[in-house]
Design a protein around this ligand. Structure first.
Ligand SMILES: [Zn+2]
Ligand SMILES: [Zn+2]
Length: 247
């Protein structure tokens, strides 16, 4: 029944490629899908890029930027690079996550993040029973305007996939400038004052999988890591779709 409905749905509403917008035919090899064959090839190629530090391809690299490591978070899971100003498949998917509450896209990205996240947990010697998932929340004014929080949607999908609890551990405490308008130093100060923990003990003694869509300097994830560990988390593993790379 479910299969039939999917097939009918695809016939009536052909899915569009989330990167280039081309309408995909129901004869495309794999359903459900979010990328046309060309964009899927580009996406896979972007994930094949190697980390210069560890020599691994992006989904296997766990390197974290200095700002993040200094906060105590040693491992950052990512799928690809994001080049500011570029218009490749990774950049388009990250932008779409911000603009559109596209469940299929969030599920797709979360599914790709599952294995790398699992590997990072294994590398830390952590079992899933000791894990909760949370996210670095977006500014409230933006959520009101856009209608969703991409980090939350990703975190939801990842928590579902890993079958571990999703906890709303953090909140935004001020609604000032956008991070992208700030210098690295300003980002650090701004990020430290932008988040607060909610009242809960849901992450006491747990390893927290901290989700965001993108990691630029690591300032936001670092600020969140400090709050989580200061309030009882054993450790934090950061997970994002893409890390920013200078173009
Ligand atoms: Zn496409
Ligand atoms: Zn690496």
């Amino acid at each position: 029944m479910g299969k039939r409905m999917n097939w009918l749905g695809a016939l009536l509403f052909p899915p569009i490629c989330r990167a280039c917008g081309v309408r995909m035919t129901i004869f495309a090899p794999v359903l459900p899908q979010v990328l046309c064959p060309d964009c899927a090839t580009q996406w896979r190629a972007s994930a094949e890029e190697m980390c210069r530090t560890c020599g691994e391809v992006m989904p296997k690299c766990l390197c974290a930027p200095d700002a993040l490591r200094e906060s105590g978070c040693e491992r950052l899971v990512k799928l690809t690079h994001y080049r500011a100003g570029a218009h490749g498949v990774p950049e388009r998917l990250v932008l779409r996550c911000k603009d559109v509450n596209d469940r299929a896209l969030f599920s797709h990205l979360a599914a790709e993040l599952m294995l790398p996240t699992f590997r990072a947990l294994q590398a830390s010697g952590v079992g899933l029973e000791d894990v909760i998932v949370t996210y670095a929340p977006r500014r409230a004014s933006v959520v009101r305007t856009v209608g969703h929080d991409q980090a939350k949607q990703l975190a939801c999908a990842l928590a579902r996939g890993l079958d571990v609890p999703l906890v709303r551990a953090l909140r935004r405490v001020r609604d000032g400038a956008q991070q992208k308008e700030l210098s690295a130093d300003e980002r650090r100060h701004h990020a430290a004052e932008s988040y607060a923990v909610r009242l809960s003990n849901a992450w006491q003694g747990k390893t927290v999988v901290l989700v965001d869509d993108i990691c630029t300097t690591g300032a936001s994830l670092a600020a969140c890591t400090r709050l989580l560990t200061e309030s009882g988390a054993t450790s934090v593993i950061a997970v994002c779709v893409a890390v920013t790379k200078a173009s």
